[in-house]
Design a protein around this ligand. Structure first.
Ligand SMILES: Nc1ncnc2c1ncn2[C@@H]1O[C@H](COP(=O)(O)OP(=O)(O)O)[C@@H](O)[C@H]1O
Ligand SMILES: [Mg+2]
Length: 335
């Protein structure tokens, strides 16, 4: 038990922020804020801010303070984090928490320092950063300290990361700044081109989650969606099929694959054989896309399997990381 306040693991993602204490997820909210742009103050954060989108007066702007995995708006991010931490710890500022917070692979030192600083300003007493795939590996309990390699692929909303972990650290890693949000955009542009219909990002995401797939489906599902006719401006429904979503997603999925391929290419041969034996662990919200494991397996020749708690594992690993600091400290990014 920490003497001076809680130990929290935080997965600060482009789409979702999770806070974990011990092995318990204590907060899971969209990384979204609603700001009153006249008074320049935060009206709400997380799920309730998301629900305001499109339903509130124009002076309230609903936005994501992170883009492609990195902080796009520092001021807003540290305030949002402050709100989240307060939700978990209560308003008392006497016992500040120790935080371990995830950053994506491949970010610049300026970008990671911004996360460190935001977490300090949000109320962290001590703040450690950890690369998201390493946190995910710890979260699922992979044997990270052994000399044999483990490949972890995190398919997030903003970034796709792939890392080979051995001897407690990242031996090879790469990331591409594309992910679930780009998959939604791909559906939007597919529907616009094929049907002359404009749909919003939430509709596109819903279609992806409900009937989407990375590979041709055994059984076709359909979803009826509403959009706005590009020419008349009038609302119009269409029915989309799983096969259409598969087609819409292919190009973006191949962009995500670039990170995985590049890591496999840069993996030392001794570790490559471990990886082929053990397979790749996939996590992040994108790992829940139907057929993504089969698709990755067929594209890379390395068997892919989905983590048990694909969205929570990085925050759980970050929390657990605080309990094994002395063992992993030398592997964590410096700030
Ligand atoms: N069942 C699903 N099928 C496909 N994509 C999904 C599913 N569930 C969630 N996602 C996608 O996962 C992404 C969020 O994943 P997450 O790991 O939380 O992202 P981040 O770490 O960037 O915040 C979103 O783009 C969301 O659409
Ligand atoms: Mg994430």
């Amino acid at each position: 038990m920490p003497l001076f306040g809680k130990d929290l693991g935080i997965d600060l993602g482009t789409v979702n922020t999770l806070v974990c204490e011990g092995s318990e997820v204590v907060l899971h909210e969209p990384t979204i804020v609603a700001i009153d742009i006249e008074e320049l103050k935060i009206v709400d954060v997380g799920q309730s801010a998301r629900e305001m989108d499109g339903r509130v007066p124009e002076v309230i702007e609903v936005s994501r303070p992170l883009r492609d995995g990195v902080i796009a708006d520092f001021e807003v991010t540290h305030r949002m984090l402050g709100h989240f931490i307060e939700k978990v710890c209560g308003p008392a500022r006497l016992f500040k928490p120790r935080l371990m917070i995830t950053i994506p692979l491949g970010v610049t030192s300026v970008e990671s320092r911004a996360v460190h600083e935001a977490a300090l300003q949000a109320g962290g007493r001590e703040v450690y950063l950890i690369q998201e795939p390493l946190a995910a590996a710890i979260g699922v309990g992979l044997p990270i300290a052994t000399p044999s390699g483990n490949l972890v692929v995190n398919l997030g909303g903003g970034v796709t990361q792939a890392a080979v972990i051995a001897m407690g650290g990242i031996v090879a890693g790469d990331a591409t700044r594309t992910g679930g949000l780009k998959l939604d955009e791909a559906i939007i542009s597919y529907v616009r081109k094929k049907y002359g219909l404009i749909i919003g990002p939430r509709t596109a995401e819903e279609a992806k989650i409900r009937i989407g797939s990375a590979i041709a489906p055994d059984e076709e599902s359909t979803i009826e969606i509403q959009g706005q006719d590009q020419v008349t401006g009038l609302p119009r429904p269409i029915t989309l099929t799983t096969s259409e979503i598969v087609e819409a997603l292919q190009e973006t999925l191949h962009l995500q694959l670039v990170a995985v391929r590049s890591v496999l290419e840069h993996t030392p041969p001794e570790l490559a054989s471990d990886i082929i034996d053990r397979g790749m662990l996939i996590c992040g919200g994108g790992s829940m896309l139907r057929g993504i494991d089969k698709w990755l397996t067929s594209e890379t020749g390395v068997p892919a399997y989905v983590a048990e708690e694909p969205v929570a594992c990085a925050s759980k690993g970050a929390a657990r990381g605080l309990g094994m600091l002395e063992r992993i400290l030398r592997m964590l990014p410096e700030v």
